[in-house]
Design a binder for this molecule. Structure first.
Ligand code: RIB
Ligand code: CA
Length: 317
């Protein structure tokens, strides 16, 4: 089992990451924390609660996090995720309230209560919460097993010519996270643009013939349309669950050691992840994901949806 905290900004692909994490026996989701990103944090948090309800999960605690980046104005991805942040679906009513504690305090508490090297922090939104937690309680840096980030790119970008959205939104927070000496695995666009939800993938989900399968198809239909219209993709890249698949089976997501630095001073290069693939990479505390086994990845996703589809609401809260 890999116990994790999932810090996210659902968001269509974050929703699939939540399903994969909850539906695979190798992952133990200790908490979900939310951050402003794809949309404002109140919408993101409502979406997280609704996705948990769709997964029949009433036991996973949800903590609301940062509403704004450390230094930058709020920037959302409404063109991709719609005005609710999770367009295309009507969310079921939440099965629980959000926790009173904020996300940063919760991350610090949960990590400090865990055994050294036990917990992994997975971040699929802007890194504001993670950076704040590391600054307020530096001891989490050596206590965590690993930080896995969906963000950045070895080359290119999707929110600018050279920056990926999560890093672009809060480059200062990303610089803090990548500079801390904890093990960080960057699952960037070079990897996630291989995670295309093709018609064949949708057919496998449709064949499940379950309510959660249908919910997921509605999510993917919206995501397909916006990614086609806005970014010219034939099939939408389901970025965030690649982080979870990497934890379930590292042979599905190949990685290489490489130092990663984040540009936060540049005007044209704000949010660029500078990946140094030259020889000294072996000593790096950071790794970057390069190759995805597409078939095995989506088999995990479909299997998780099937598992959750047959799970009734958890008895305990
Ligand atoms: O650039 C893609 C990333 O930004 C994904 O995590 C998506 O959900 C958005 O947060
Ligand atoms: Ca996300």
């Amino acid at each position: 089992m890999r116990p994790i905290i999932l810090d996210c900004d659902p968001g269509h692909d974050d929703a699939v990451a939540i399903m994969l994490a909850l539906g695979n026996p190798a992952i133990d989701v200790r908490a979900i924390t939310t951050v402003g990103g794809n949309h404002v944090v109140d919408k993101i948090t409502a979406n997280a609660l609704g996705v948990l309800a769709a997964c029949h999960d009433s036991s996973t605690p949800v903590y609301k996090g940062a509403a704004k980046p450390l230094m930058r104005p709020v920037e959302v991805a409404e063109t991709i995720h719609g005005e609710t942040g999770l367009g295309g679906v009507d969310l079921p009513s939440p099965l629980r309230e959000i926790e009173t504690d904020n996300a940063v305090s919760a991350i610090i508490r949960l990590v400090m209560e865990s055994n050294p090297g036990e917990l992994t922090l997975v971040a699929t939104g802007p890194l504001t919460n993670i950076a704040l937690a590391a600054r307020v309680e530096p001891r989490i840096v050596e206590r965590l097993r690993e930080v896995v980030v969906m963000g950045g790119a070895i080359s290119g970008g999707n929110w600018s010519a050279c920056a990926e959205f999560n890093i672009h939104v809060d480059p200062e927070a990303a610089a803090i996270v990548f500079d801390e000496p904890w093990p960080v695995t960057m699952v960037g666009l070079d990897l996630t643009h291989q995670a295309l939800a093709t018609a064949q993938v949708e057919e496998k989900i449709r064949a499940l013939d379950t309510a959660l399968g249908s919910f997921t198809l509605d999510l993917l239909a919206f995501f397909r349309e916006t990614y086609r219209d806005v970014e010219g993709f034939d099939d939408p890249p389901v970025h965030d669950p690649c982080t979870i698949a990497y934890l379930i089976d590292p042979t599905i997501v190949e990685t290489i050691p490489a130092p990663v630095s984040v540009e936060w001073r540049g005007e044209l290069t704000r949010g660029m992840t500078v990946v140094d693939r030259r020889a000294q990479a072996a000593q790096a505390h950071t790794r970057v994901a390069t190759r995805l086994d597409h078939e095995r990845f989506f088999d995990l996703v479909v299997e998780a949806i099937s598992t959750l589809s047959h799970r009734k609401d958890n008895a305990h809260v």
